[in-house]
Every structure is written in structure tokens, then in C-alpha cells.
Design a binder for this molecule. Structure first.
Ligand code: DQA
Length: 253
């Protein structure tokens, strides 16, 4: 299994790394959030730019991106526009989605970009190639906020991400029963044992799924999302508690 190193953070070995989302809607909120993150024991910061009310203006995104980078100094930044159909805050035309991601890859301000698997194979592949040209890593992903697909389907989607050239493959699904949580964990474990040749990130959302957000080292998920003040998805555990639970599991393995 290939690991992925972003600055001094290595995904795919040791305990899962903690990624904390920023969900500010305004410039003031984002700056405050970025400053608050400096106090937290995190590995990666995710900027959920779909929350930003000026996200449809490229120049404004870049301008605040410069300030966020200044505040966060060397911290790895994952740039994410989550589309409405996958649980995000707003919809933009897919041409704009790719333009926005391309601009950020070219800017040198971010280390990773989040690209949704179902945005079209050709466009996704082209984005992967551009990211490689700019030494930016691609976290390819898929979300189901209503249900947990069958195990085979979860595995197929993660394998498709590998085929399309993802550096990291991520899936988040919603359980409607504890059996669904086991389905997600079992798919993760089978990926680890049979198919994954690079880091994968999986989670079962909501309260029932919390166990999946802490058990990544056991079953094969390389990163977990922890909450600062405001969670970006249901079930995210506050960062300090998350770190201590990850450490307990790490020390026992
Ligand atoms: O893809 C993910 C995972 C996530 O949905 C979660 O369930 O923690 C949170 C999102 O911010 C992130 O982009």
C-alpha cells in the first residue's frame, strides 16, 4: 500500500489523521475560524468553500484563500466544494465547479482538492492530471446522506476512484441500522485486505456511525473528520476527544 505524504503528514500509516472542516459563510467568520484552528491538535484543515457566500466569485475565493493560507501557515489545506446533491450547501454549474478547483490548484494555496466521483469520468480524469501538474493531491469522494449502499457497491465506488487516479479515495454513507455501520466497516476492511493500493477514507455518518470515525486504524481508514465549533456532517466528534480515542486504539494495536 502506497502512503501519501502532504508536508509532514503521512496518510496510510499509523493512526488515522484528523481533518477539521472550516465552514465560515463570510470573510470575517472564516478568518476567525482559521485563527481558532491554530489552537487545535489537527493534521489537515478542510476548507468547505460551499459554505462561503461569495463562492461564486473566483477572485473573492482566491483573496480569502491567501489570507487563510497566511493564518494557517504550513498546515495542509484540503479545498472542498461539496455539491448539493452530495450533501453540500449549494449547487453551481459543473463548468464552474471545475474552474474553481483548477484555480485553487494553480494558486499554490492548497495541498489537496476534493473531487466528487460522479462529476463525469472525463472531467474528473482531466482534473487529476492538472492536479498532478501542480503537485496537488486529489481526494476523490462520494456521499450518500440517505442510506448505506450494499458492500459490493461501496467497494466498486472506491475501486473506481483508484482507476480514475485518485490519490486518496473517500466515501461517507448514512446508516439506517447498526447493520449498515457493519457494512461500511466490512467494505473498508475488504478494501484494506484485497484492493486498496493507496489510502482510503470511509465513514458511517450520524450517531450510530461514530464508531467508524474512531476505528479507522483497525479497519483501514486513513483519515477522520473532527469538529471544531461547528461540524460539517453529522457524527463528527470534537477534535480533542477524537485524538485521545485514536491514541487509545493506536496504542492497543
Ligand atoms: O467528505 C467529507 C466527509 C464528511 O462528510 C464527514 O462525514 O465527516 C465531512 C465533509 O466536510 C467532508 O468533505
Amino acid at each position: 500500500m502506497k502512503t501519501v505524504t502532504i508536508k509532514n503528514v503521512t496518510l496510510g500509516s499509523g493512526a488515522p489523521k484528523i481533518c477539521v472542516p472550516m465552514v465560515g459563510k463570510t470573510v470575517a467568520e472564516l478568518l476567525e475560524e482559521a485563527n481558532n484552528l491554530l489552537e487545535l491538535d489537527l493534521d489537515i484543515v478542510e476548507w468547505r468553500v460551499d459554505f462561503f457566500e461569495e463562492v461564486e466569485k473566483l477572485a473573492e475565493v482566491k483573496k480569502i484563500g491567501v489570507k487563510i493560507r497566511e493564518i494557517l501557515k504550513e498546515a495542509p489545506i484540503l479545498f472542498t466544494f461539496r455539491t448539493k446533491k452530495e450533501g453540500g450547501e449549494r449547487e453551481v454549474p459543473s463548468t464552474y465547479y471545475f474552474q474553481l478547483n483548477e484555480m485553487m490548484m494553480e494558486s499554490g494555496l492548497v495541498d489537496l482538492v476534493d473531487i466528487e466521483l460522479f462529476m463525469g469520468d472525463a472531467e474528473v480524469k482531466a482534473t487529476v492530471a492538472k492536479a498532478q501538474n501542480h503537485q496537488v493531491k486529489v481526494v476523490m469522494c462520494n456521499h450518500d446522506f440517505d442510506k448505506t449502499p450494499p458492500k459490493e457497491e461501496i467497494i466498486n465506488r472506491l475501486r473506481k476512484m483508484q482507476e480514475l487516479g485518485a490519490d486518496i479515495c473517500k466515501i461517507a454513507v448514512m446508516p439506517t441500522s447498526t447493520e449498515d455501520v457493519l457494512t461500511l466497516l466490512s467494505a473498508t476492511n475488504t478494501m484494506k485486505e484485497k484492493y486498496a493500493d493507496r489510502p482510503i477514507v470511509t465513514m458511517s455518518m450520524g450517531g450510530m456511525g461514530v464508531v467508524s470515525r474512531i476505528a479507522g486504524e483497525t479497519f483501514g481508514s486513513a483519515m477522520t473528520f473532527g469538529a471544531a465549533k461547528q461540524a460539517s456532517a453529522p457524527g463528527q466528534v470534537p477534535v480533542a476527544e477524537l485524538r485521545s480515542m485514536l491514541n487509545v486504539l493506536h496504542d492497543s494495536i
